[in-house]
Design a binder for this molecule. Structure first.
Ligand code: PLP
Length: 396
């Protein structure tokens, strides 16, 4: 008799987003015509930049002619794209090379698949509050998960300590949901810790492009010893608006060896088994992101999101509310006022100013009493939402 994976029963349902959706719709049904501003969603609002669109169109035409047509692409990604990503890593001062870079269909896919490199017996550490995929993928694989608490006292940036001792360490910086960012010294401490205990860091760099301050690493490989303990997972979703187009990349250094096995070779072998590669058309679109023109255009889009962030920052500063993020990150993570819970604050904002965000409770215990805004919304709506928020939070 077939036995299903009963660990699915241990997953929390998608209660958070369903509840947000239901509450918002109920409010709209009871208050028709109200202009509800959705400021929580982590999806981008700006379209793909012109350089990418042109490259995609050209690649479609390539597929129409026998002379330029492409069938299967290499499982690990086309050499031209991997070399372009290598160039991007060089600019950050790292020594990552083409054969350490693996093109993927997005960070989400690789965050799940990468776990196939590790035995089920390994323990996992996630920093709470955590991006739910880190937790869910390991629940399904049956691994023991250690939830390392973080909070206001350490700016949601905990230091490594004996409680964090695990075999697989998840680090996301800039962080979703908290917007907090590890500086060079803080991240070096995690790299040293991982090397000391023989752990592997899974470094999620999905939001690296939002970093604007000097002393903050964009890649974990900017730090000494990271090539011996870290895998980096990145994506063009938030950096170049590829959420609906899909493309990412994962770096597995050749120096990463555990139990006498080379993880770079293992991942190569894994790709041969698990994927037939990413579409030719999308890889051509992604290649355009790394041209000078593409870089210029994605940075123009980034400025729009940064301006959105400054609207929220001004509102929260005016109200004297504690928050992290916004500066080097597209997320703002605020403390709910007057001791409200995340859901109480959600209801309050919906009723009073028709602004929707995400209660922190959805990201684990340490998210309780906090609230996440995203800066990926449309500029006019974000400005309006921040104005309403400011008026509400500063009223006597
Ligand atoms: N990692 C983090 C921290 C994210 O917030 C997201 C998406 O929101 C992802 C990974 C997934 O990105 P992708 O669209 O490349 O699958």
């Amino acid at each position: 008799m077939l036995k299903p994976n009963t660990r699915y029963k241990e997953l929390k349902d998608t209660y958070l987003f369903n509840t947000i959706y239901r509450k918002t719709n109920e409010y709209l049904a009871a208050n028709p015509g109200k202009n509800v501003l959705r400021m929580g969603v982590g999806d981008v609002s700006l379209p793909l930049c012109d350089a990418v669109i042109k490259a995609l169109h050209k690649a479609v035409d390539d597929q129409a002619n026998a002379a330029t047509f492409h069938g299967y692409m290499p499982e690990i990604g086309d050499g031209s794209l991997r070399r372009a990503i290598e160039g991007y890593y060089k600019k950050m001062g790292t020594t990552i090379t083409e054969n350490e870079i693996f093109v993927s269909s997005g960070a989400c896919d690789d965050l799940g698949d990468i776990l196939e490199l590790f035995d089920q017996d390994n323990t996992v550490m996630v920093i709470e509050p955590a991006y739910p995929e880190y937790v869910d993928t390991n629940i399904l694989a049956g691994r023991k998960i250690i939830h390392l608490a973080s909070g206001e006292e350490n700016g949601f940036l905990p230091e490594p300590n004996e409680e964090a001792e695990a075999d697989i360490l998840y680090i996301c910086s800039p962080n979703n949901p908290t917007g907090a960012v590890f500086n060079r010294n803080q991240l070096q401490a995690w790299v040293d810790f991982a090397n000391e205990i023989g752990a592997v860091i899974l470094f999620d760099a999905a939001y690296e492009i939002f970093i604007e301050e000097e002393n903050i690493p964009h890649s974990i490989y900017e730090l000494d010893g990271a090539d011996k303990c870290a895998i980096e997972i990145c994506s063009l979703s938030k950096t170049a608006g590829f959420t609906g187009t899909r493309l990412g990349y994962t770096v597995v250094p050749r120096n990463l060896v555990r139990g006498g096995m080379n993880l770079n070779e293992m991942w190569s072998r894994n790709r041969e088994t698990r994927t037939n590669g990413v579409s030719y058309i999308l890889q051509k679109g992604a290649l355009a992101v790394f041209t000078p023109e593409g870089q210029q255009q994605i940075h123009d889009n980034l400025r729009v999101y940064k301006e959105n962030a400054s609207c929220f920052i001004e509102a929260l500063d005016a109200a004297g509310i504690w928050y992290t993020g916004g500066k080097n990150s597209p997320y703002i993570w605020m403390k709910c006022p007057d001791g409200m819970s995340g859901w109480e604050f959600f209801d309050y904002l919906l009723k009073e100013i028709q602004v929707v965000g995400i209660p922190g409770d959805g990201f684990g215990e340490c998210g309780k009493g906090y609230f996440r805004f995203s800066t990926f919304g449309k500029p006019e709506e974000t400005k309006e939402a921040a104005n309403r928020l400011c008026k509400l939070l500063t009223k006597e």
